[in-house]
Design a protein around this ligand. Sequence first.
Ligand SMILES: NC(=O)c1ccc[n+]([C@@H]2O[C@H](COP(=O)([O-])OP(=O)(O)OC[C@H]3O[C@@H](n4cnc5c(N)ncnc54)[C@H](O)[C@@H]3O)[C@@H](O)[C@H]2O)c1
Length: 247
Amino acid sequence: MIDLAGKASLVTGGGRGIGREIALKLAEAGADVAICDIEPESAQQTAADIEKHGRKSLALKADVSNAGDVSTMFSSFLDAFGKMDVLVNNAGITRDGLIMRMKDADWDSVLAINLKSAFLCCREAARPMMKARGGKIINIASVVGLMGNAGQANYAASKAGLIGLTKTLARELATRAINVNAVAPGFIQTAMTDKLSPQAKESLSARIPMQKLGLPDDVANAVLFLASSLSDYVTGQVLAVDGGLVM
Ligand SMILES: NC(=O)c1ccc[n+]([C@@H]2O[C@H](COP(=O)([O-])OP(=O)(O)OC[C@H]3O[C@@H](n4cnc5c(N)ncnc54)[C@H](O)[C@@H]3O)[C@@H](O)[C@H]2O)c1
């Protein structure tokens, strides 16, 4: 039985999709969970749903690629919760295109929102976690960061970078009992994959040994394990949740 009672947690991009499911799952296990999102209404909705579980919550508006926003967000979080036990870096975007046509702005925004954001949030989280001599950082990467994907040079580079960041921080923070791991989802049914045509979804499913897309709940279950004491001796790992796509 996973018990996260009293654990102060923050999920970025928790307004919808995988982040929302992670936030609700942590709350179900007893954690207090703050939600940050660039879209404040969706963050408020998730926070209200968490409070229905009887847990403390807080909706924070922030663009996680902006250092000023991240610094303000952590101040608000620590004022409200007093400590940080779990950080889930989940916010992410896609701006797909083949390399010849990829615009600088599409490269820059994906690297900033998917990778720089995690650097900024981990840097802020490291201080309270080191002081407490414990913590769990979970970065939501992607199988695309492991295997590449035509049309996603920016996204694949950002997620591969996130895996490098995860392994490095795992080494830096291990002696303080801070675990840093990544979850690499395969293709999961969310707004991000809703953009794909039915044919693209069919051809994707055919490549997956389990022959179907995953659900946000599948990813949230892996995060729950990595946020709990069940994973205390696991660090620097990339846990693929992908129906067997990468093995
Ligand atoms: N859906 C998939 O198949 C899939 C597969 C692998 C990895 N992932 C990763 O999982 C994570 C969540 O994906 P999703 O499918 O739920 O996406 P989504 O688009 O449904 O949700 C992303 C959330 O992040 C928020 N967000 C976007 N930019 C932000 C910013 N600058 N600051 C703060 N919040 C911001 C959005 O408002 C949204 O609430 C992403 O990191 C994504 O790369 C998704």
